[in-house]
Design a protein around this ligand. Sequence first.
Ligand SMILES: CC(C)(COP(=O)(O)OP(=O)(O)OC[C@H]1O[C@@H](n2cnc3c(N)ncnc32)[C@H](O)[C@@H]1OP(=O)(O)O)[C@@H](O)C(=O)NCCC(=O)NCCS
Length: 235
Amino acid sequence: METKKHSSHANEPKRSFTVRQMEIDDLAEVYKLGEMSFKPDLWPMLYRSWDEYEVTTLFNTDGDYCLVAENDDETGDRIVGFVLGTVISKPGSAWSYGYIIWLCAHPGWQREGVASDLVDSLVEIMVEEDGIRIMMADTDPENQRAVRFFQKKGFTDEKPHLYLSTNLEHNDHYKELIIASREAALDAEYLKRIRKLAEDRSSSNLAKNKKKKATNSPQARRAPTKKKVAKKRDK
Ligand SMILES: CC(C)(COP(=O)(O)OP(=O)(O)OC[C@H]1O[C@@H](n2cnc3c(N)ncnc32)[C@H](O)[C@@H]1OP(=O)(O)O)[C@@H](O)C(=O)NCCC(=O)NCCS
């Protein structure tokens, strides 16, 4: 893709960034930026589903749709935003959908057009390379920043979506599974300890046997020890 330069608003200190394809060296920083932004107290669903595998998997499967915004200044944070997307195609259907899975602007770089430029570049790629006509994005309804952002970008066709979760430990349908898996883990730990004990025993027995063999060998029996020799002389 063509990299794009952007300058922040005229009334703010001049900062610029470049939107480009994500590279392997960016993975750790992208993961950390997401970890810092998708907070458990604010948006538990975002927090729960964000992990290293999310970044590496999307980089492998949808590398063309993984973009970062890089700070043009060499001081300060290098990666100041990212967008990770995918294209959903249905077999037998002429339509493909572009989907914004993750979007993030560094907390120190918000309201400077980072996310806006990232989304513009992603949409451009999807339209030009995949003929996308419909873009989708989702977020927690409480996440007003993101809701406002998407609305500003013209994502106004809203469909309510409910996230449901359950703690399996307190769920009558599934709590037996948790108990069984915990017991299995305990059994495995117990077996591991027993195996270790048996191993320790057998290696100490082996050492004892070796010693025994050495002292019972014909040479050992023939050659008196220094102590015995000394005693003989005393006599
Ligand atoms: C939502 C988010 C991506 C926006 O990034 P950003 O780079 O600050 O957004 P932009 O500067 O491109 O904003 C473009 C427009 O969106 C709207 N907007 C963005 N942040 C807003 C906010 N905090 N309050 C109100 N409107 C906001 C504004 O209309 C803004 O235009 P303006 O600055 O000219 O008024 C950013 O706040 C973020 O990373 N949040 C945490 C992660 C997250 O929630 N991701 C989305 C779900 S995966």
